[in-house]
Design a binder for this molecule. Structure first.
Ligand SMILES: [Zn+2]
Length: 327
């Protein structure tokens, strides 16, 4: 453990995703002093996955020569609809989970208080606490990745809504009759601008004969396509990929304008794997489109920024969640 870290204040933040679980031990100033990673293996069932989360927490704690008794609390961000009061994951389609009492099960295994939230809420909390030094009152986080999620901070606290599911920005409908979304609807923001939607568009166009540098880079099936490949293709002058990314950025800008009109936050922070790779290509278009579409006068002074927390947003935000509950 680094000198200066007070072990009386350590909490663990867990980023629980469909493919991997990350855990980080954080000291008082949110310095990460130990971390661990395991794969989720959702196909092995609920009990196995919960056991793997507990193992990941134990490994991260062991990594910095602490033991669980010294940990004040564990915060965890889970993918899907979460009831943070009961600590149940209500519905997580990527994991095939329905109504799982995750908080109670983990508390049984770890004997440490556990606090649960939706993953994008947790990331928004992390951005708010760590990145936004001016502590604006109202903040919206939007995360562009495999799907699109969001989180709302009102007066410095997470806003969860009547059924505690607020912040589903990815399922705002932007194109009536548009492409089908994983939620069953059509034309959701997520079905138009997530990494999944972008990859689907590119692969479909290639099938229909579209020329792109991506097939030179990855072969005709574009098998291992990643967000970083899109950036490389654009840098090499691929106009088709540039156009697809511009469109995704425009949809994101329209979503941001809707958020500004409805919610009028001081800051809108955009993150996620897609944004991390393509900030240079997307952010300016997002801002310009948002300003075009927001009602005149409503966007004045609002900051639209890219978050810098990257892959650590999940564990950091979960640590913030844990600390907020024990302080
Ligand atoms: Zn949807």
């Amino acid at each position: 453990m680094p000198p200066g870290t007070d072990k009386d204040h350590c909490v663990v933040g867990v980023d629980f995703g469909g493919t991997k679980i990350l855990a980080g031990v954080f000291g008082e100033k949110y310095e990460c002093v130990g971390r661990a990673r395991v794969s989720t293996k959702a196909d092995r069932g609920v009990d196995e996955v919960i056991g793997r989360i507990a193992r990941c927490v134990r490994e991260s704690v062991d990594e910095c020569d602490l033991n669980l008794k010294e940990i004040k609390a564990v915060g965890i961000g889970a993918p899907g609809a979460v009831d943070s009061e009961s600590g149940h994951v209500i519905f997580a389609p990527n994991l095939d989970w329905n109504d799982v009492p995750l908080k109670n099960e983990l508390e049984k295994q770890l004997d440490v208080p556990v606090f649960l939230e939706n993953d994008c809420n947790v990331c928004t909390l992390g951005v708010y606490q760590i990145e936004l030094k001016a502590k604006p009152r109202d903040v919206v986080g939007i995360f562009l990745g495999t799907g699109i999620g969001g989180g709302l901070i009102v007066e410095g606290n997470l806003y969860s809504g009547f059924n505690r599911t607020a912040g589903e920005i990815g399922h705002m409908v932007l194109e009536v009759g548009g492409p089908k979304c994983a939620c069953g609807n059509k034309g959701c923001f997520e079905a138009l601008a997530s990494r999944t939607a972008i990859f689907r568009r590119i692969k479909q166009a290639v099938k229909e004969g579209q020329k792109t540098i991506l097939t030179e880079m990855l072969g005709p099936e574009l098998e291992d396509l990643r967000s970083g490949d899109l950036r490389k293709a654009i840098k090499r002058g691929d106009k088709f990929v540039e156009h697809v990314i511009e469109e995704a950025a425009e949809y994101t800008g329209i979503a941001v304008a809707n958020v500004i009109n409805v919610f009028n936050p001081e800051v809108i922070a955009i993150g996620g794997g897609l944004m991390e790779q393509l900030e240079d290509e997307m952010l300016a278009i997002i801002v310009e489109t948002a300003m075009d579409y927001a009602m005149p006068g409503t966007a004045k002074g609002i900051e639209i920024i890219a978050t810098k927390l990257g892959d650590d947003a999940g564990i950091t935000g979960a640590a913030v969640l844990a600390r907020r509950h024990v302080q």
